[in-house]
Design a protein around this ligand. Structure first.
Ligand SMILES: Nc1ncnc2c1ncn2[C@@H]1O[C@H](COP(=O)(O)OP(=O)(O)OP(=O)(O)O)[C@@H](O)[C@H]1O
Length: 797
């Protein structure tokens, strides 16, 4: 950003001019005070309305009452948000030139983007001068003054767009963009960017002051905690375009590490809700790769004033009753993720039926009932024939049970010979009805049916696949024997009924099975939110309402996971396996989509197979592509190092441009593997463990915030032991878990080991090397072949 010659800055050689800064802060404080006064007035109005509500209840029309209630809630929500949630309610300001026309939008601001032709006049000595004609303050919610002039514009409103979009190349009407830092009701500081440095601009006859070193840099330099922060105060132009892109069909966003893809996805969810709340009442689903990333990002939407309609779910938690965060080894994950599994599961769903109910001791060989005074029997051949007949076609197995039941009754009726005794069809039909009723309520029959055609659960089928012989039958000509063995072994964690721990990749299999098996219709409880009924708008709830709603939602989720959303956002989309794409695709059949990812960070071994699955999930919908090009996370020194791995992993792919440099080069350390148990059992702390701990301690002393220690997936348990007792600023992570996260400092342990762990290992290493916002240490072992400086083979130029 260009700096004006007379800037008042914190550093960078600018003269510090406290008088100007204080005056500017005082000015913003006055404005914030006005905003709060106005809000308090609205609260009083709301309280008056509430008190008045009971009296008026008799006379108002339903529409008027609903409108009044809406006002009460709206005022209440402002107060609640102000008092309990937002640190920096008001965060931005733009000072604008006069626009081309005098039109105002619904938020009270002038709508013209371009300045009027005569907005700029000649100043002295060949310079240009202009007057500021409009000043807008931007915040998390819109607030109007009593005379409807805007005191604060909602960041998502059209009038706020220039705050994010204006650049020195295309400034539009914006002369100065200011970010205001406040806590509670106190303004702490301001940071300005001058968009038209060539102008001398005047506000109320005084020259416009410019304070600070720019908000973006201030935000990026701050140390990181365990949760992500919103970026409303410093969204950049290319990001803003994605956030506000119209939600038609599929919006695809690609960008390298740290370009703000996750942040943009979250802000887009908030924007879409603001812009068309009714349309998105059907819910927005955000799919995240790991539970760690879910909890890292969970706070952002509430800080933007949104949460009710948005569900953030990890891939392992998308299916009701499954909450998986364990990973299979890569070779197993590859099999489970492949779309070849669809055929295997289809056969397994039908094959499991033949095993009968687990507790009935296997499938019964014959059916015997007593009806019409005689004993009727169907033998194994009859039963096989009936089963085949019932299974004809592709309908879900569980839904075919009534058909199987009817075929059994037909066969028994036939065997009884009773049908032949009636010549009158009406009498025959009545006799048949009586027969069916008698037989189908007999315990011999119902018990048989339960054992012979049990209602299958997805877990039960998965458990049946743990038998290698059986599985190889179901996987014939689809999986190789080696793959069958691996798959069967990994499913042996489940007991016969299917209870037991699931892996993340099992969950997509469960979802596929859910569809293949079908769920027989059962009466369902439908809950109606009384607040929704009253106003039709969930935004009008109070904080307490929303807390209660959150609990209720969590409970409801236990009972029934929603499976169809109005908008689906997929984060880290490059990582979804074909089976996961099928699972996610089912949740947005009618939805619009935002798909966010970076192929260079893909940990899936077969990108082409994944791309085909993605195309299938998204269907033929038209797509609009965006690219993010600036890395806001890594300083240039770290970005440069990680680019070397990118060049190996994806030759020819350009890394994003780092937006800042810190002068802190990555540190290289080495450790001899030693023979003192470091590689052995969990708990043994050898040379490697000691070195990891020492390097982590060193980073802890150097940064204020978090330190991520990334190890190969196979060493996660060891890493926990190595780092025990260092406190919660240190986070041990397996390489696949690091996805999407960031830390002030990162320690990457043995690049070679991470790279060798899977066919996508180099890309996984690239992810690990791009997590740090300030400092990076790389610890090499012997297998990394470090040179004299400790730089491992993989990271040399
Ligand atoms: N405009 C911005 N202003 C301030 N901070 C930003 C901005 N854009 C991104 N950031 C910060 O940069 C970091 C990276 O953002 P984010 O995690 O969304 O990137 P990403 O593209 O999803 O990265 P990755 O692909 O590595 O997961 C975050 O700390 C985010 O807050």
């Amino acid at each position: 950003m260009p700096r004006p010659a007379a800037a008042v800055g914190d550093g960078g050689g600018h003269e510090v001019h406290d008088g100007v800064r204080e005056r500017e802060i005082r000015g913003e404080q006055e404005h914030l005070d006005r905003v709060y006064r106005r809000l308090e007035e609205k609260i009083h109005e709301a309280e008056f309305l509430m008190a008045d509500a009971a009296k008026r209840a008799q006379v108002g029309t339903p529409g008027a009452l609903a409108e009044r209630d809406a006002q009460v809630f709206r005022a209440g929500v402002h107060l609640n948000r102000l008092n309990s949630e937002f640190e920096d309610f008001l965060f931005g300001r733009i000072d604008l030139l006069r626009g081309k026309d005098g039109e105002r939008g619904p938020d009270g601001a002038y709508t013209s983007v371009e300045p009027a032709d005569d907005a700029v006049r000649a100043g002295g000595a060949g310079t240009a001068a202009a007057d500021i004609s409009e000043t807008l303050h931007i915040g998390r919610l819109g607030v109007l003054d009593a005379d409807y002039t805007p005191l604060v514009i909602d960041w998502r409103a059209p009038a706020a767009a220039p705050f994010y979009r204006a650049t020195p190349v295309a400034p539009g009407r914006v002369v100065r963009r200011r970010v205001i830092r406040s806590r509670g009701r106190r303004v702490l500081g301001v940071e300005d960017d001058l968009l038209r440095p060539e102008l001398t601009a005047y506000l109320d006859g005084e020259e416009l002051a410019v304070v600070g070193d720019g908000a973006l840099m201030a935000a990026l330099g701050r140390s990181r905690g365990h949760t992500m922060r919103d970026i409303v105060a410093s969204i950049q132009a290319e990001q803003d375009e994605v956030i506000r892109a119209p939600a038609v069909s599929v919006t695809e966003v690609e960008g390298g590490p740290g370009t703000g893809k996750t942040a943009v996805a979250l802000h887009r969810a908030a924007y879409l809700l603001y812009q068309d709340r009714r349309r998105y009442a059907g819910g927005i689903l955000i799919v995240s790769p790991t539970p760690l990333l879910v909890s890292y990002t969970e706070g952002v939407l509430p800080s933007l004033g949104e949460e009710g309609q948005v569900a953030i779910r990890a891939l392992g938690s998308l299916v009701e009753g499954a909450e998986a965060d364990a990973y299979d080894e890569q070779a197993v994950a590859r099999v489970k993720g492949s779309s070849r599994m669809v055929r295997v599961l289809r056969r397994a769903a039908r094959g499991t039926l033949e095993l009968g109910a687990p507790r009935a001791g296997g499938v019964p060989g014959r059916l015997r009932v007593v009806a019409l005074g005689t004993r009727l029997e169907l033998d194994a051949d009859d039963l096989r024939r009936i089963r085949e007949q019932a299974l004809g076609g592709t309908a879900p197995v569980n839904l075919l049970r009534p058909r199987a039941r009817r075929l059994l009754l037909d066969a028994l009726w036939e065997r009884s010979g009773a049908g032949r005794r009636y010549t009158d069809p009406e009498l025959a039909a009545e006799a048949r009805r009586g027969f069916d009723e008698d037989v189908s309520t007999e315990t011999d029959f119902t018990g048989f049916l339960d054992a012979w055609w049990p209602e299958l659960t997805p877990r039960r089928v998965l458990a049946a696949m743990a038998d290698e012989k059986r599985l190889s039958r179901w996987a014939r000509r689809v999986l190789q024997p080696r793959e069958v063995r691996r798959l069967a072994r990994s499913l042996a964690r489940l007991d016969a009924g299917g209870s037991g721990p699931l892996s993340v990749h099992d969950v997509a299999l469960l979802d596929e099975l859910r569809v293949l098996l079908g769920t027989p219709a059962r009466p369902r409880r439908r809950e109606v939110d009384p607040l929704d009924q009253l106003t039709g708008l969930e935004e009008l709830s109070t904080y307490a309402d929303r807390l209660a709603a959150r609990t209720a939602r969590a409970e409801r989720r236990e009972e029934e996971e929603r499976t169809d959303y109005a908008h689906v956002i997929v984060d880290e989309a490059q990582d979804l396996t074909p089976m996961q794409w099928r699972m996610v695709g089912r949740r947005g059949r009618q939805a619009t989509w935002t798909v966010v990812g970076d192929p260079a960070q893909s940990s899936w071994s077969d990108p082409e197979e994944a791309a085909a699955a993605r195309d299938e999930a998204l269907g033929a919908r038209p797509r609009r592509r965006f690219e993010l090009t600036v890395n806001y996370r890594n300083p240039a020194e770290i970005a440069e190092l990680s680019a070397r791995v990118l060049a190996l992993a994806m030759p020819g792919v350009r890394p994003p441009r780092a937006v800042r440099a810190t002068g802190l080069v990555p540190r290289f350390a080495t450790v001899a593997d030693g023979s003192d148990g470091s590689d052995g059992s969990v708990g043994a702390v050898g040379a490697v463990g000691r070195a990891v701990r020492a390097e982590a301690e060193r980073l802890l002393a150097e940064v204020e915030g978090t330190v991520g220690v990334v190890v190969a997936m196979g060493r996660r348990e060891q890493a926990r032991t190595w780092l025990a007792g260092l406190g919660d600023r240190v986070v041990p992570l397996g390489s696949l878990e690091a996805k999407g996260l960031e830390y002030d400092a990162t320690l990457v342990v043995s690049p070679a080991e991470i790279a060798d762990e899977s066919p996508a290992g180099l890309r996984v290493l690239y992810v690990a090397l791009t997590r740090a916002t300030q400092r990076l240490t790389v610890l090499s072992r012997e297998k990394d072949l470090p040179d004299a400086e400790g730089v491992p083979d993989l990271l040399r130029e």
